[in-house]
Design a protein around this ligand. Sequence first.
Ligand code: HEM
Length: 454
Amino acid sequence: MEPSNNKQLNTNKLFIVAGLILLGFGMIYGLTGAFQYLVPGFLKKYFSFEKIRPLHVSAVVFWIILGAMGSVLFYLQQYTQKKLHTPWLTKVQLLVFLFTILAILTSYCFGMFGGREYWEFPPLLALPILFGWLLFLYNVINTIGSIRNQPVYVWMWLTGAVFFLFTFLESYLWIFPYFRNNIVNDMTVQWKSYGSMVGAWNMLIYGSSFFLMEKISGDKTYSTSRMGFLLYFIGLFNLMFNWGHHIYTLPTYHFIQYVSYVVSMTELLILGRIIYEWRASVSTARRHFHHAAYKFILAADVWVFLTLLLAIGMSVPALNIYTHGTFITVAHTMGATIGINTFLLLAIAFDILHETCLTFEPNTKLFNRTYFVINASLFAFWISLIAVGVMQSKWQMSEPRILFGSMMVELKPFFISFFIFGLILTIGILIIIYPLIKNQLLCYYTKSKSKKTT
Ligand code: HEM
């Protein structure tokens, strides 16, 4: 049996440690990109915006993917109270992912692209990712064994793991001329696959968050509750159909778009409600014991509602025409990937990594202060992005046309605040994750050293 929260650094924890390191690098790339909006041409020779953007996006997307896989693998063992079906496969899986991510980031540095937005690396590198995911899926399915009487988080893990594979394959259909040669079909399939892929990793993250919420509250009823399964089914429907809102500007059936958007909203609303109600059920002692994890779940809840508000605004077709392709979309994506995905994964990371041979206690005061700074700066960062987006949409529709250069001058104050709050946010997150990574590695090295000397 795998003891709960054992203090050793194992492969499952390494997924999360590697993810946190990628998050750190990803934010630094993001900052460089934001600075390039202020000083066009900054580092152009070696790290132009064309390279920095994919470096940033891929690093943070792989943080989410590694974090999601690590948390499922770790919690699966806590849930089943036994080891994974084939533990050594996770080592191969981790190595495959790490080498591929390194190859992807290096290919960007050398200006080697060839893929599509969000997966801009040469398509051949998709093969090892596919292989690594198959190993993950194999272990998840075989460790779970039977699907009878399973709690909602197990369903979420299974569904997320299967659908990610499906949508990942779908996102590469463009390599076949049949799909590539018709622009509307091509873009529809492309955006459908991206929307569903986000739905798939959300399943993995929400499932692990459910498990963690149960662990914190000690109340086992959530995972079998009606509300939990309602979230699961809405999430599943959403995963299959939420892509409608990505193709507002394409000539397809409108009812698909409207249905999908209503469903996306419902999913967020239910998730928000579940966390809100869960909060009240956690006793003060348990809140204190799981301090950092508890706080990040609460922060994610606030971001669920903020994302929902922005999404409702963006989904009005008359407004979507203006917001499409502006920084409002970036605000929506970054708000959700930082405020919901990253905060939930940080809650999970604290639960899984905080127990080492060194206590996290001396860092608690700094954590509390930084936690406040992270939330405040993320909000200001998000508002700056929305402000840029509003100005861009006004510019797009301006009559007579205003020069692009004049608009960029007007946008400068907002780009400055985007950069400054992005910097504060990056420093804040680095301060918070540093002791987590440091304690893990320090304990690992002292342990292996003491093993050698005995
Ligand atoms: C947890 C941290 C972060 C995550 C998960 C994240 C995620 C993302 C994602 C998914 C995009 C693509 C948006 C889209 O295409 O709609 C993006 C774009 C971008 N992000 Fe971040 N981001 C993070 C932090 C930051 C920080 C701290 C900065 C620095 C100010 C930053 C600057 C940028 C820039 C400049 C872009 C490109 C915008 C454009 O397309 O022109 N990000 N980010």
